[in-house]
Write a protein that binds this ligand. Structure first.
Ligand code: AMP
Ligand code: ZN
Length: 116
């Protein structure tokens, strides 16, 4: 499933380059182009879903899959013990800028809470 002019659909299809770090039959992950921490990787479903508001019941496994893939990469990079943050922004107030859902894996430095 694809949406014309979606940046992350184009990365998924190899039309725009990215540093891909993980891929399976449900999701893929690549390095954020503007990293906010030593590890900043984005996990996207292969299926185009614009925002969390558009997640349907049938997508539950797909969205859950993003978390298990992110935890796997976090562990591989040695972040499991010290910890890491997984964030999915939805719409304007949260600062969503790319409208293909993505789970941010941010790790490698201490982080504050609440976020700005
Ligand atoms: P969000 O603000 O939650 O929508 O996050 C979008 C993220 O996508 C930001 O952290 C951007 O740095 C990142 N981003 C934008 N364009 C690209 C790209 N071409 N390759 C990798 N990451 C990107
Ligand atoms: Zn898309």
């Amino acid at each position: 499933m694809s949406q014309t002019n979606c940046l992350f659909c184009k990365i998924r299809d190899g039309q725009i380059p990215a540093r891909v770090v993980y891929r399976d039959d449900t999701c893929m992950a690549f390095e954020d182009i503007n990293p906010q921490a030593p590890t900043h990787v984005l996990f996207i479903p292969l299926k185009h879903i614009s925002t969390v508001n558009d997640v349907e019941m049938d997508d539950r496994q797909t969205v859950g899959h993003l978390y298990t893939a992110a935890a796997k990469v976090a562990k591989e990079r040695g972040h499991a013990d010290k910890g890491y943050r997984l964030v999915m922004n939805c719409n304007e107030d949260a600062g969503q800028t790319v409208f293909h859902i993505h789970l941010h894996l941010v790790a490698g430095r201490p982080m504050g809470w609440p976020p700005g």
